[in-house]
Design a protein around this ligand. Sequence first.
Ligand SMILES: [Zn+2]
Ligand SMILES: [Zn+2]
Length: 380
Amino acid sequence: MFKKTALLLIIAFCQVSLTFAQTESLKFIIRVDDILNRNTTILPRSIVPFQDSVESRGGKVTWGVIPHRLIETANVDGVLAEELKATITRGHEVSVHGFDHICNRCESTPRAAFWGHEMYCTTHNEAFTKAEQTALIQDGLALFAEHLDFVPTSFIPPGHVTDATTFEVLSDFNLTSFSDDTEAQFMTNNVFNFPINEEYTWALSQEMYQQNLDSALADIKMAASETGIYGLMLHDHFTRSGYSNGIVLDWMVELMDSLNHYYGDNIEYLTLSEAVESIKGQFVSVEEASEEIADFQLHQNYPNPFNPATTISFTLEKASRVKLLVFDIQGRVVSALINQSFSAGNHQIPFNAGNLPSGQYFYSLTAGGQTTTKSMTLIK
Ligand SMILES: [Zn+2]
Ligand SMILES: [Zn+2]
């Protein structure tokens, strides 16, 4: 009789422990870039349905707003500006996403059609001067001041491209929070990077809906157990061509309902600036860490141009963790080639673009908080 009771107690205790063990805590950042994109004829566009759905589930949104959108034809009625003012008062964040998201140096490409980097020209591998980058950010902030009566604290780089000069300029303007898709959560000039974990809704279709939802939940739970924090990236979710309107909103709602059910009181929603506040102090500055940064050289791929296979090689001065990504001309990651540790010396990574269309691509190697990017051409 005693043994049975003890056994039941042990079972009961185990169940409590198991339940407790799976209830980890999660800080969750929801960020929507490119408000409001030009790639649409569907009107009206509004951030309100997404904002309200997220808000009703306890969430906060960080909107990456391209300042120039505020004065473009689709938004001159001021409706977007009013929505953005309102969203700020409700605890969401408006972040500066460049000036007009168009590179001043890519003149050979029709400007209106070129969508990508703005702070550093990856097409020509040319940096913009501090004066040029200052002007871009200053003009963007001026549009925010005029149309939103608002001084932002965070910056989201157009096309995910920045250089050291960008950090200086951000620091000059007291933009202390920053988000890029490199893995290092580094700090320099008092500007803290909060990298994106993943994006699942860039071109969401009904066929991919469930699979993307399942992978997102699995990835978020894994990140929660490893780092306790997750940054989800979305793009202007209303009208991207090929979407059936509203599918991203449905997906987001379902994701949040699952997360809220799973984490209960242990999920905390943060804006980008709030997330950066919460990680300050955990990361050393790039200057402090630089002694430990391994130098590397990223070589031109061979052959180039190529069809469809080529080899990307790099040389490490000492053993380092290396991430190598391939982007299309719009800054989208088309292939995550490697993310692992390598020994010192030369390494060759094959890349096959069999499933990609002809065009210019970029490959970007990150090691020790430093990133170098080169371009290559696929001709089929
Ligand atoms: Zn350019
Ligand atoms: Zn963007």
